[in-house]
Every structure is written in C-alpha cells, then in structure tokens.
Design a protein around this ligand. Sequence first.
Ligand code: HEM
Length: 217
Amino acid sequence: MTHQFRAEIPKGSPEEGVSSSTRPPPWAARSPRLPRTERPGPEPCGAAPAAPPPQDPRIPLTVRQKFSISKSWKAIARAMDQTGVAMFVKLFEENKEFLALFEKLKHLETREAQEESEELKEHAVSVMNSLDEAINSLENVDQCIDFLRSVGKRHRKINGFKSEYFWKMEAPFLAAVKETLDDRYTENMESIYKTTIHFILQTVVDGFEDKPLQNSA
Ligand code: HEM
C-alpha cells in the first residue's frame, strides 16, 4: 500500500493538524527506488535533523573548539599546582613590581623561593580554579560571564591594582599550558587557548571596570 501525504488526510481526522515535521515528507513516497543516502531532504524517519542551536556570539569559540578545549583542559585540571605555579613564576619574572601587591608572597624574591612556596601554590591553585570554572561553564554563557566579571570585580579592593595588569597573565598562562600539555599543545590547540584566554581576560577586565553587560540577542 502506498502512502500519500497531505492530500489524503481528511478534514477533521486525527491526522489533521499534525505538524509537517512529524509526517514523512512527500518525496519519501514518490521516489521509492532512490537509496536512502541519495534521497534529498530530511532523514528517513520523517523528522528533519535537529538544527544545531545558534551559537551565542558572546563566546568566540565554535562548538568544535569548545569540545576540543574541554577535552584538553582535563589534562590541565589534573596538574593545577604545576601549571598554576609555572604561570605565577612567569608572571613575576616578567613583572617584578607585581610581587608587592601580594601581602603573602612579596617576600618571595627569587624564582627558587617562588617555586617552593606553599603560599604561592595555594594562590596559584585558587586562580587556576577560577579559570577551571570559566572553561567548564562555556556552555552556560550567562553563568560563565557573571562568574568572570565577579572575579574581575573582586580585584577592585586590591590597593594599587590596575585593570591593564590582567593582560599580563596572557603570556604566562599560554606558556604554562604549553609546558603542561607538551606535545598535546598542537597549533590548533594553541589557537583555541589564545582565543579562550583573550575572552576570559576581556570579561574579567569588563567586570573590574564595571562595563555594561552585552546581551545575548
Ligand atoms: C586570569 C586572571 C586572574 C584571575 C582569574 C585571578 C583570580 C584571582 C582570585 C581567584 C583571587 C583570590 C581572591 C579573590 O577571589 O578575591 C585573586 C586575588 C588576587 N589577585 Fe588575581 N587573578 C587574575 C589576575 C591577576 C593579576 C594579573 C594580578 C597581578 C597583579 C592579580 C593580583 C591579585 C592579587 C594581589 C590578589 C590578592 C591576593 C591576596 O589575597 O593577598 N591577579 N585573583
């Protein structure tokens, strides 16, 4: 028995009003000899494949890039101490004047002292945990942005802190991630981490400066 659609559904029947996306499309009946893979249009079950959800323009990563970083970040999350300490040692190496802002760390004048300090490790892990929370919430854009802005805002209470200091974390972050990931830090991953840390730092800066929120629409 052949099935005809639309035209044969009598008025008032239970079929009437069923959305066209739940009915097999007309071509399914008209071209029975075409192999499924060559048929145009929706999947054979009759329902069009779900369109990918529109990407939120506030996150500058594609679906694939978000997937890649969440996978790659797992290796960093297993090495938070090592990566965080390496990041801070580099930050202080390149910006010696920052040490004075850290009440608990300002006595750590040499690289060796910094590498061995439990206090530095503790602070580094706390900063890495913030980055972890941001990277793990890239799918929940509002939550991710609110969180990063709140991190930025909390830096307002630090005497002498300026918003441009945040950007000084960019290179140390990338260098520390590279060191931890080693040969897993491919060119593709480097580009994804660069985009991600740029987005994170810009959002933290916006929170520090209390910039108006950008809507998703
Ligand atoms: C990715 C960028 C950064 C993140 C995610 C971050 C995160 C944090 C977190 C989680 C804390 C702990 C206390 C709190 O939350 O209020 C903190 C404190 C602090 N941060 Fe940052 N931070 C960043 C960049 C920087 C930079 C570049 C500096 C450079 C000077 C800095 C200076 C400080 C200072 C001085 C404190 C206070 C430390 C204390 O308690 O003695 N932060 N930051």
